[in-house]
Design a protein around this ligand. Structure first.
Ligand code: M6R
Length: 608
């Protein structure tokens, strides 16, 4: 959740760290801080609130030094105050650390340090790591190895020492850390987004690794101090893709990037003739799948909504039973999982702790482990045997948009690939593959809709404090996703519901002007959905529908239609998701809210 950056090179560390933190702010933004080590002193600057507060302080103060660390925080232990911001130091200010994760033996360590007479200046578990490092002697790397056995739980930590202004030490167990190998400089960060502006050569640290960076080079050892080899990988991310590029918000930019993201995802997995799906070499080959009798999809949040649609795709196309679970529930419900199960963790970041834990449990139970993931080299990517990469590129806005629609596409490709590996492919598949190649155009048309329509949508939604999003069948998960988008960035309560269920309870909410948003494109149950809409209309609801332009049965019934092109049923979840993203975006902008960094949230949730 928190963002971490460390720098060791020949440039001044502060501007590099602030730039890295800007790129990482989406991971947490309730306080920020940095430390610069110069011979005999570590200078620490911290500020509560957004990164801009820290930046102001940094420009007022001149901090010289070419070694430093920075942090942007999403609070776990301790309120989001300056005292609890990172970096945290030990009592004698010899060591400064930044940390992402949670120490599970926090209470025990805290009592132990207090009993030993160590004054603690924060409520954080991070300070305990700094204090433990401060209490042992020796070079920083050795101190880390001595302290490691004391740490229980999840941590990604970067430490600097007052006495070693040429050494940066990074270690992890759980949350990710990636090293950047630049020209005469080394970096370390919680994710690659912070590195790509300076280098594309990276090393992903494994759990238990301790990386020691000095001006001579990088040494990586395990917890016993034994050297381990880690590969230097070359990233293909374009740094410009992690910038706003003229858009007011990352979310809006990412909504508009969907045609390209979808096109790239589709093209990555089509066969040479572009008439079928080729999942060769990805771990989904027939010999790998032989014996698989069922599929479990596990994920969180928006990615979970993608899985709900994925169930329709895979069951219909591949004829295998699919279960969808919240990753945070999966391992606690004793699922029937074994060597006959393909378990796919679906995750944008590849670092969501709940999803990783569910995947780990499935692998231990003997399942074939797969992932649909947007970050090559992430923890989910490395854990899985069978892998599909969504080609959305960096997603910075906390509200997931292009990652969601590319997950839908990847799940559809998975369904088609499994179908083909089971020998079921036929002419209809070719038609679907052709339609998939036209899908970016359909999304472009959806984006080109007159924006004034969204102004009207904003009026209808903001007339109340609550709203209902209704859908049926394959579009019900899109109703859930539309409601989540609105909730997370506009702070207005919204509920997604299967339209047919509405009369069993939620209809009690409906009164004059109550906003109801319906997914009303041409699915077989559209007439039934329209019946459900009449039920709420007659009780005073205002109605917004997403439907293909010219669907008179819909336009005659509702207050506003957000139009989408007519596409085959299996592609409707993708095109109908887009207007709901735009609706939520415009509502949040109208309410003057921070679209890209909504309160209490973080882009990648690396704690369970
Ligand atoms: O990185 P992941 O896809 O694993 O993240 C899962 C959820 O945390 C994420 O989808 C979250 O719900 C988004 N903020 C929704 O917009």
């Amino acid at each position: 959740m928190c963002g971490i950056i460390g720098y060791l090179g020949s440039h001044q560390a502060v501007p590099v760290i602030l730039d890295g933190l800007k790129r990482l702010e989406y991971r947490g933004y309730d306080s920020a801080g940095l430390a610069v080590a110069s011979p005999g002193r570590i200078h620490v600057l911290r500020a509560a609130g957004k990164l801009s507060n820290l930046e102001e302080r940094a420009w007022e103060t001149t901090l010289h030094g070419t070694l430093g660390v920075g942090h942007t925080r999403w609070a776990t232990h301790g309120a989001p105050t300056e005292e609890n911001a990172h970096p945290q130091m030990d009592a004698s200010e010899t060591v400064a650390v930044v940390h992402n994760g949670i120490l599970e033996n926090y209470a025990r360590l805290r009592h132990e340090l207090l009993d030993a007479g160590i004054p603690l200046s924060s409520d954080t578990d991070t300070e305990l790591i700094a204090q433990l490092l401060g209490r042992v002697a020796g070079p920083l790397a050795e101190r880390v190895l001595r302290v490691l056995p004391r740490l229980e739980g999840q941590y990604a930590v970067v430490a600097v020492s007052r006495d070693e202004p040429d050494t940066l030490v990074a270690f992890r167990n759980g949350p990710p850390l990636v090293l950047g190998v630049g020209e005469g400089e080394f970096l370390v960060a919680s994710d690659v987004t912070a590195l790509v502006a300076r280098t594309r050569k990276v090393i992903f640290l494994e759990n238990g690794d301790v990386a020691v960076m000095t001006r001579e080079g990088i040494r990586i050892v395990d917890a016993t101090g034994t050297p381990v080899e880690r590969e230097v990988e070359e990233l293909d991310w374009d740094p410009g893709r992690a910038e706003k590029g003229g858009y007011r918000h990352f979310m809006l930019k990412e909504i508009h990037e969907q045609p390209d993201a979808i096109r790239n995802t589709v093209l990555a997995y089509l066969d040479a003739e572009r008439t079928g799906v080729a999942l060769d070499g990805l771990g989904f080959e027939p010999e790998r799948l032989e014996g698989v009798r069922r599929i479990h999809l596990v994920a969180c949040g928006t990615s979970w909504h993608a899985c709900l649609v994925g169930k329709f795709f895979v069951e219909r196309l591949a004829g295998l039973p699919v279960e969808v679970d919240y990753a945070s529930e999966y391992r606690y419900r004793s699922p029937l999982v074994g060597s006959d199960t393909l378990v796919v963790g679906v995750t944008q970041s590849g670092e969501t702790a709940d999803t990783l834990a569910a995947m780990e449990m499935a692998a231990e139970a003997g399942a074939l482990l797969g992932t649909i993931c947007n970050v090559r080299g992430s923890s989910a990517w490395r854990a899985a045997t069978a892998r599909l990469l969504t080609q959305a590129g960096p997603e910075i806005g906390v509200a997931s948009t292009k990652a969601f629609t590319t997950q839908l596409v990847a799940l559809l490709l998975l369904g088609l690939g499994l179908r083909s590996s089971r020998g079921l492919a036929d002419r209809e598949d070719r038609e679907l593959v052709a339609a998939l190649q036209r899908l970016p155009l359909a999304v472009e048309q959806t984006l080109a809709v007159d924006q004034e329509l969204y102004g009207r949508g904003v009026e209808l939604i903001t007339a109340g404090d609550d709203s209902l999003f209704l859908g049926r069948g394959i579009l019900y998960p899109i109703a859930l996703e539309g409601a989540l988008k609105l909730k997370e960035i506009s702070y207005l309560h919204a509920e997604g519901y299967p339209a047919g269920e509405m009369k069993h309870g939620p209809i009690a909410l409906v009164q004059e002007g109550f906003p109801v948003v319906a997914l009303a494109t041409a699915i077989p149950t559209r007439d039934k959905l329209l019946g459900n809409l009449m039920e709420v209309r007659s009780r005073g609801a205002s109605l917004i529908a997403v439907a293909e332009a010219g669907a008179t049965s819909v336009t005659s019934l509702v207050d506003l239609v957000l139009p989408v092109p007519d596409v085959p049923i299996l592609l409707q979840p993708v095109v109908t998701a887009v207007p709901l993203q735009l609706l939520a975006y415009h509502v949040a902008v109208e309410l003057g809210l921070d679209v890209d960094q909504p309160r209490n949230l973080a882009k990648s949730v690396t704690v369970e």
